[in-house]
Design a protein around this ligand. Structure first.
Ligand code: NAD
Length: 303
């Protein structure tokens, strides 16, 4: 193996430490304790586990955590009622509605109902538009984490060829916007892209956010490239044991890449750390205070 392994766990722990310091200062100097409300509808096991980690880390960083569990039969109107109460609650600075939602609820309506100032997931169309227009706002956590991971290897992404595989509203599209704001050259590939391996081989930094186990093979990667793997795929491993793999065939790609994130232990822990950072930023913005950047501020050099 030749690639440097990008230790997402350690980088996330470092960011959580900075968040905890900022929370401590806000509380000591301004009497503000940032609060994050997490809403989970139903009992999807993967969502339960994500929510449990988010709640634990929120409390661990000194913030208030508000846990709202609703039954899987909850109607859209009931959920909108809860969102309205959280929007109006001054102790809540961030609202996260865990996706996916049960099929009777229109997720777009719920996301649009979250106050953009408290939309720490950055999924509200107002924040998506702000990101796209290069205006300040809250950006989605997984893409923010991916940028921070890439920058541990390439401190400046300016002028680099970057390829993002995946164009979802949650990862691919906002990641492309953040990369543009970093002055990278950006290609967004997706399920209809022709010659995908050749497109990926152009990348100095390759991001995979697809949801296809080990799609990216060693001959898709330029020698020395940085590879950030966002995929979380549950597969059956040796002896029938369940195992999680990314969108990148880690062992073979690590032979050719310059640096690579593992799965688990790469993008996942960074997502939660960026959620905490977004909550502190939201609390500061709501209070009219200068927001800590946590190394996330893109350069916004858009000419
Ligand atoms: P999604 O299903 O919404 O989007 C997948 C994208 O991949 C689509 O844009 C599609 O066009 C593209 N795609 C599908 N098949 C393809 C193929 N064969 N070739 C090229 N492109 C293809 O998924 P998502 O929400 O963006 O998530 C992507 C992956 O990232 C999933 O594995 C998800 O579990 C993971 N994820 C991880 C985190 C984290 O915190 N680590 C957060 C969000 C998502």
């Amino acid at each position: 193996m030749t690639a440097k392994i990008i230790d997402g766990k350690a980088i996330a722990a470092d960011l959580r430490g900075k968040v905890a310091d900022a929370v401590h200062r806000l509380s000591r100097d301004r009497g503000i304790t940032p609060g994050l409300a997490v809403v989970l509808v139903g009992n999807n096991p993967a969502s339960e586990s994500y929510v449990a980690s988010k709640i634990k880390m929120t409390a661990g960083s000194g913030m208030r955590s508000f846990d709202h569990r609703l039954p899987k039969e909850t109607s859209g109107a009931e959920l909108l009622g809860l969102i309205a109460r959280l929007n109006a609650d001054p102790t809540v600075h961030g609202i996260l509605v865990q996706l996916p939602l049960p099929s009777q609820i229109d997720a777009h309506k719920i996301i649009a109902a979250v106050d953009p100032a408290k939309d720490v997931d950055g999924f509200n169309p107002v924040n998506a538009g702000r990101l796209s227009a290069g205006l300040p706002g809250l950006a989605p956590c997984t893409p923010l984490g991916c940028i921070l991971l890439a920058k541990t290897v390439q401190p400046s992404l300016q002028g680099l060829e970057t390829v993002v595989i995946g164009r979802s509203n949650i990862v691919g599209k906002p990641l492309a916007q953040l990369l543009l704001a970093e002055n990278a050259t950006v290609t967004v590939a997706h399920s209809k892209t022709r010659e995908l391996p050749a497109v990926c081989r152009r990348a100095d930094v390759l991001f995979a956010a697809v949801g296809r186990p080990e799609l990216v093979r060693h001959d898709w990667v330029k020698p020395g490239a940085t590879v950030i793997d966002v995929g979380v795929n549950r597969v059956t491993g040796a002896a029938g044991r369940p195992r999680i793999v990314g969108d990148v065939a880690f062992t073979e790609v690590a032979q050719i890449a310059g640096a690579i994130t593992p799965v688990p232990g790469g993008a996942g822990p960074m997502t939660i750390a960026c959620l905490l950072a977004n909550t502190v930023r939201a609390a500061c913005a709501i209070a009219g205070l200068r927001e800590p950047a946590f190394g996330q501020r893109p350069s916004d050099d858009r000419e």
